[in-house]
Design a protein around this ligand. Structure first.
Ligand code: ATP
Ligand code: MG
Length: 249
């Protein structure tokens, strides 16, 4: 047993003859901010899919809060504190974001089909949704639907939905993907508001963001761990610079 919230042990995954995850191990403790980087096709999203249970590994184990969850279903992993956001938006375009967060809270509480819920409990859910959106600086947009929002704001709604599930471990798959430069700061500021005790693994191609956000970085190349270290160590790692950062300073 360890005090890691998430403990990824020697994961391997092959699609037919194509090995896309090769002996990847990684630990996340409360408060960790880990960046997962690597070229397109390096296996970053696949690793997240293995961790969440969307994919089953060929070998290796995933431990969550001290329990082996390798064969536990994806929804049960969510219930145990593991939540992800997606590389590509999964929001309902025409439903007000406040409603979407409320639905996520009901989902978490298993109250979606409970018609005997009290008016009081509806109000509690509404208040919680408002508070989550407020923290992520989306409070003023609670009645708006994603279709009416800027793309950066939509990405934050996805994080709001993830937070509604009360994760202990949050996996962010390219939160900045598609966000225009003018909206970047809004996303950066919101990421800063996430609870400090949350363990976060973030995939991101935006190097300024990763190197600013993460206290540790894992570099994947062709499915395997090429390097792991502090942003400082990764920046000066020669194999990383050759394989990924293109040798730039
Ligand atoms: N379901 C699948 N079946 C077969 N091959 C797959 C499947 N999913 C992913 N792959 C392959 O696995 C490799 C890793 O893909 P993955 O999406 O994990 O990369 P990534 O690091 O997230 O890339 P990107 O930065 O482009 O998002 C790629 O070669 C991809 O084509
Ligand atoms: Mg990906």
């Amino acid at each position: 047993m360890s005090d890691s919230l998430l403990d990824i042990r020697h994961l391997n995954k092959a699609f037919g003859g194509l090995k896309v995850t090769r002996d990847v191990s990684l630990k996340l403790s409360s408060g960790n901010r880990v960046g997962l980087i690597g070229p397109n096709g390096a296996g970053k999203t696949t690793l997240i899919n293995l961790v969440t249970g969307a994919l089953q590994p060929s070998s290796g184990e995933v431990w969550l809060l001290g329990e082996n969850v390798t064969t536990v279903s994806a929804p049960r992993r969510v219930k145990r504190g593991l939540t992800r956001t997606f590389q590509i938006t999964q929001l309902a375009p025409n439903l007000p974001i406040g409603r979407q967060v409320e639905l996520a809270i009901h989902e978490r509480d298993g109250s979606v089909n409970k018609l005997w819920r009290s008016v009081d409990s509806f109000q509690k859910v509404r208040d919680e949704a408002e508070s989550i959106l407020h923290t992520l600086r989306l409070g003023a947009l609670i009645e708006r639907s994603p279709i009416e929002l800027a793309y950066g704001e939509q990405r934050l709604v996805e994080i709001a939905l993830a937070m509604a599930l009360r994760p202990r471990v949050l996996l962010l798959d390219e939160p900045m993907a598609g966000v225009p430069s003018g909206e970047r700061q809004v996303v950066l500021d919101a990421l800063e508001t996430l609870p400090p005790e949350l363990a976060i693994l973030m995939i991101e191609h935006d190097m300024d963001l990763v190197f600013g956000f993460a206290d540790r970085i894992l570099v994947l190349a062709e499915g395997a761990v090429l390097a792991e270290g502090t942003p400082q160590e990764i920046r000066s790692h020669s194999a990383v610079r050759t394989a990924y950062l293109g040798g730039e300073a």
